[in-house]
Write a protein that binds this ligand. Structure first.
Ligand code: CA
Length: 397
């Protein structure tokens, strides 16, 4: 129970307590925790300057004991009537605050860990060979993205210009992407750094990963398909990656843990037997308010613990603020695909919307919003908030 009057069905109950960075009319940025329809101003409530820095990084760098201690204190403050008079003045209505990018992103890595997504793209792009590449079930495939263009949900998505060349074209042309797409993903934020030369084992994920957010890895498919050989994604991805404002602590997701099903023996450094970190999150993708897909994160083949172990097995170190994303989340059903290239099967099977219009890739003015929920530890569901963006026309050539 809580002295708080929480709205029925809020995804921001006591079993969630996600962290974000907000400002009010004063303009000062500080850390807050979402509870119901409010934000608890942590800088004011704790008196700790670590929450007045304008990003979560300094607090995240303190490590897992500090995260657990504050979570326990917050739970006590928000439940025990004895703290009400002191804490309540530091609750601000969420409708009155401006949210900011919560993390100063250090390195950004994007994986490719949904088997259904990888098979769908394999079937579209390499119809004459096996849908999965030979390495896919042996290691979590990933690439390094552009940390500096990770932006807060709501940042306008300006259609990128670039080179594109259809297989039937004689030469590349330059202009606005005609195949602008989303990738519905889940992101993991690193709090505790690691030492250069020291791999992080799968068992240590909760010592390093602070929390979870939603990611939309906007993708220009025409630019991507021409540029990606042989070194992988570049300008077709780096124009913008949007993230949700609330970082849900890993500790809030204990009830969501599931064991992925795998059918190939793993090398020892990736073996997570007995300590799986699959997460039963349900994503929802909306185009202009209409639900078009419900990607199931619980079916992902590779978990964040394995991605972390793989990312550091060569000795590469972690920094506070590193963000690694899951890769597009897709399930077996058409209405579970996490990108429009899959939903429209490469543009060949347009999606019919409720107003009768059709869509293959995104048009200027389209708004895409991704939300997600997970089982919480109190029996209900907790929310991961939303990541949204509106497509703006490409800059004039
Ligand atoms: Ca991606």
């Amino acid at each position: 129970m809580s002295w708080l009057d929480l709205p029925a069905g809020t995804g921001f109950g006591l079993d969630n307590l996600p962290y974000g960075v907000f400002s009010d009319a004063s303009g000062r940025r500080r850390t807050g925790v979402a509870i119901g329809d409010s934000v608890l101003d942590l800088a004011a409530a704790t008196g700790d300057d670590v929450h007045a820095t304008g990003s979560l990084n300094a607090f995240m760098a303190r490590g897992p004991q500090a995260w657990a201690d504050l979570r326990a204190r917050l739970t006590e403050w928000l439940t025990d009537d004895a703290h009400r008079a002191r804490v309540e003045p530091h609750l601000v209505p969420r409708s009155e605050v401006t949210l900011h990018l919560p993390v100063e992103v250090a390195d950004y890595v994007d994986f490719y860990s949904s088997q259904h997504h990888a098979e769908n793209l394999g079937r579209m792009f390499r119809p004459d060979s096996e849908p999965l590449t030979p390495n896919w079930k042996h290691l979590p495939i990933g690439y390094h993205g552009r940390a500096g263009t990770v932006a807060l949900s709501g940042t306008p998505v300006v259609r990128p210009n670039g080179q594109r060349k259809a297989p039937t074209d004689d030469a590349p042309t330059f202009g606005p992407s005609q195949r602008l797409d989303i990738e519905a993903e889940v992101g993991f934020v690193v709090g505790t750094p690691s030492r250069l030369g020291t791999p992080v084992p799968v068992a240590d994920v909760a010592d390093h990963v602070f929390g979870v957010c939603l990611v939309n890895d906007w993708s220009a498919r025409d630019i991507q398909s021409w540029e990606y050989v042989p070194l992988g994604p570049f300008l077709g991805k780096s124009f913008l990656t949007s993230v949700s404002p609330w970082v849900v602590p890993l500790a809030a997701l204990e009830a969501a843990r599931v064991a992925p099903v795998r059918d190939v023996p793993l090398l020892p450094y990736l073996d997570d037997t007995g300590r799986p970190w699959g997460l039963d999150l349900t994503l929802e993708v909306r185009l202009n308010g209409e639900l078009v897909s419900c990607p199931p994160f619980g079916l992902m083949y590779w978990t964040p613990a394995q991605q972390l172990a793989h990312m550091t097995v060569n000795g590469a170190s972690l920094r506070t603020g590193d963000l690694f994303a899951s890769g597009t989340v897709s399930g077996p059903g058409r209405d579970q695909r996490g990108s429009f290239i899959e939903l429209s099967w490469g543009g060949k099977e347009p999606l019919t919307l409720s107003d009768g219009s059709t869509r293959t890739f995104l048009e200027d003015g389209d708004v895409v919003t991704i939300t997600a929920t997970a089982p919480g530890s109190h029996g209900g569901r907790i929310a991961l908030g939303e990541v949204t963006g509106r497509i703006e026309p490409a800059p004039a050539l």
